[in-house]
Design a protein around this ligand. Structure first.
Ligand SMILES: [Zn+2]
Length: 195
């Protein structure tokens, strides 16, 4: 969907470092997409319990100007994030897979004061500050960190067996001791073993 047939649209770089400085103070819009491994997301990587080759995040961005009645068109940005990483499960203390899928929309405002005063109604539109060196990578990191669960856990019943093994052994021992002692066949077997 092209909302801005008049304005040129530039393709964003995919190289992570280049995403640290995007010039928004120009009459053009951006589109782009790519994949960010945890190595490219230092603040997110700090949260990782372990790293699997599939961990990381696909991102897609489009910016567009949105007209408002009686005012200047505002620059907005759609971000799509989809990916996964591993956090520590707070039940079994083993790594658990956490999947992220977010589609936040942002509006760029002229300065920090306007952004701070922007009404945050049902999180529909998140305010950012216009910048000739906009840190898109940092914004992606913020969104991932915000979407991570505060208390990560495996799904119910899916915790790592290693951490639960002692409990499983206990229940097996209980089964042994609760066997009927007067079963004649068991007694016979035990007698045979002893001989
Ligand atoms: Zn667990």
């Amino acid at each position: 969907m092209n909302r801005n047939p008049v304005l040129p649209s530039l393709t964003l770089p995919t190289e992570p470092k280049a995403l640290r400085s995007i010039d928004l103070m120009v009459s053009q819009t951006y589109t782009g997409h790519g994949f960010l491994a945890l190595d490219a997301l230092p603040r997110v990587a700090l949260e990782a319990a372990t790293r699997s080759p599939d961990d990381g995040f696909d991102w897609a961005v489009e910016t567009f100007f949105d007209g408002i009645v009686g005012g200047e068109p505002r620059l907005k940005m759609n971000l799509n994030l989809k990916g996964q990483m591993h956090l520590i499960c707070q039940r079994c203390m083993q790594p658990c897979l956490v999947e992220v899928e977010e589609s936040p929309q942002f509006v760029f405002l002229a300065n920090e004061a306007l952004a701070d005063a922007f009404p945050m109604e049902d999180d529909a539109l998140e305010p950012l500050v216009m910048d000739s060196q906009f840190d898109l990578l940092g914004t992606i990191e913020d969104e991932i960190l915000l979407s991570l669960p505060l208390i990560p856990k495996h799904p119910e019943g899916a915790c790592e067996p290693a951490a639960l093994r002692s409990g499983a052994d206990d229940s097996m021992n209980q089964d042994e001791t609760t066997k009927k002692p007067d079963n004649p066949f068991n007694i016979l077997k035990n007698m045979k073993k002893k001989e």
